[in-house]
Write a protein of this length. Sequence first.
Length: 656
Amino acid sequence: MLRSYYHNPIQNFIADSSERILGNLAQVHQFALEDRQKNAWLKQIQILKNSFAEFKEGHLFFEFSIPRMGKRVDNIFIFKNLIFVIEFKVGEKQYAAAAKTQTIDYCLDLLNFHAGSDQQKIIPVLVATHADDRNIDWSKLIQLEDVVCCNELNLKETIEHLIQQYEDTAPIDAICWLNSVYKPTPTIIEAAQALYQGHQVEEISRSDAGAINLEISSRKIASIIETSKRNHQKAICFLTGVPGAGKTLAGLNIANQRLKADESEHSVFLSGNGPLVDVLREALTRNTVEIGKSVAKNIKRSEAERGTRTFIQNIHHFRDHYLKSAEVPIEKVVVFDEAQRAWQKDQVSNFMKQKKGIDDFGMSEPEFLIHVMDRHPDWCVVVCLIGGGQEINTGEAGVTEWIEALKQNYPDWKIYYSDKILDEPVYLAATEQRTWLKQQGICESSLHLAVSVRSFRSERVSQLIHHLLDDEAEQAAELYQNIKSDYPIYLTRDLKQAKKWLKTKAKGSERYGIIASSGARRLRAEGIDVKNKISPADWFLNSSRDVRSSYYLEDIATEFDIQGLEIDFSCLAWDINFYYEQGWQYQAFKGTCWQQIRQKEKQQYLLNAYRVLLTRARQGMVIYIPNVDDADWTRPNSKYDSIYQYLKRCGFEYLS
């Protein structure tokens, strides 16, 4: 991807004709050039020429790519050691809050993901051409808590003041800066939007050695699809990965790329995670409509919704459709997200009996889904995205049911898997199935994503949480000492303090919110009601001015709302359904009292729920443990204290 549409030393830009600059911009523009865009560029060129005419040094960039966000910065001006990120709002009379947030977001992207910008002074500048003059709050500027607001008349004066305020003696080489490594780590929402717009996965994902296998895994699965198609074979791929490693991103990329490569394959991304489906569909719909407006193309919301519903579907709707029909599915390539959460036979049987009136349904969900795809007379490929230790609900099958279905009924299918399925019991515990898979399957090491890319601050967060949940406090503390400067984790007994920390840490549109276990029923006494159903799309997508959004810190997301998604900063409210007393203890609140959970399977679901919650934050979290006084017998202080003391042993500091 072209990093910048146009760039030049500032004096070359001044000497260049406006018509030639416009021609360069138009030549590489990806969309039909509308008059509005053309006029906006001409106005920017004019303002910049007038403002920078007396500058003898510096380098100017037009339309600098921010692929993680699927957008471009209007201008970047590098002067000695300063990087000015300049966003124009031509014709505007106000400095809109959304425009300020957008400008700060661009700066954060460069700071977090662009190697040449790391540790540099980046200054956000918003130019609303017809707005009034504004004073600069210097104290908030470099911390990216505010932007420089100016108009077309005082841009020159503003830049000069900023240079006097911040310039020092270490200049940036503009060309080296341009060519330095860009390692974006998008949220799954940003990734889905970028892929849907046509970006490649390598453009929006990191390119360092630690995370390169995301691209390699995608290519391997594409190769398996082509082989199956050419040889008229039916195949299933198990793509495994640690929490946050990019399994969903890889799945979206596969479905999207196959849809573009051959529409007749009707590739589709399926998920049983209702909140994830709702959030991604709504994000794609909103983004499609917004992009249409930006290129003067009126796209109706209903039209945008139809496209997103075809691309991303709820697995249960897919199942129910083919339950009623014996037709051969039109989909040749299906990607099942969180395939470990597909239902066991008993769970499906009960559901069919109670909800569908079918008394004799005898298949697990994995078996039925394979059965549907096996209707194809020639070829098909099923891609199962598997997260180890992610089963969080009764009846979720893990990898076991998929392997059992293939073993018993579909011996002719080609099976591709990574060696991690055999090496790690968290994926497949049964010895007999492991032996059979090793004999019948094809091992591909690239079908495992080993590095978490959710937390770009530190890739070892998932390992830290593994130690924490495995009662390995000393190992957790040792690891945390190495990552805490990049990924802070604090403890607090004061909810107000936790909320204040979230609001202070987040900049621009960085998202924060309160999360808790669905079983944390006695947090209700703290005003945290996990039984209050939220709208995930509103919680994850709406602005800080919307009371339904995560920013308001009123609605609480549980593991069911947030699995597969993420936010920048989280407050995890911890209840005594999962407490520490010489090891982890498990209980559920029934009626008016707590009851011990003795069933191993249900204990594992609860452990996994906290694993999900502890791995949702990209940049840091605060863990809130209520400070109670034993006045409420359902909330014994000793149990809350035991959680706090254990987490202190893990090295986490108290938020002061």
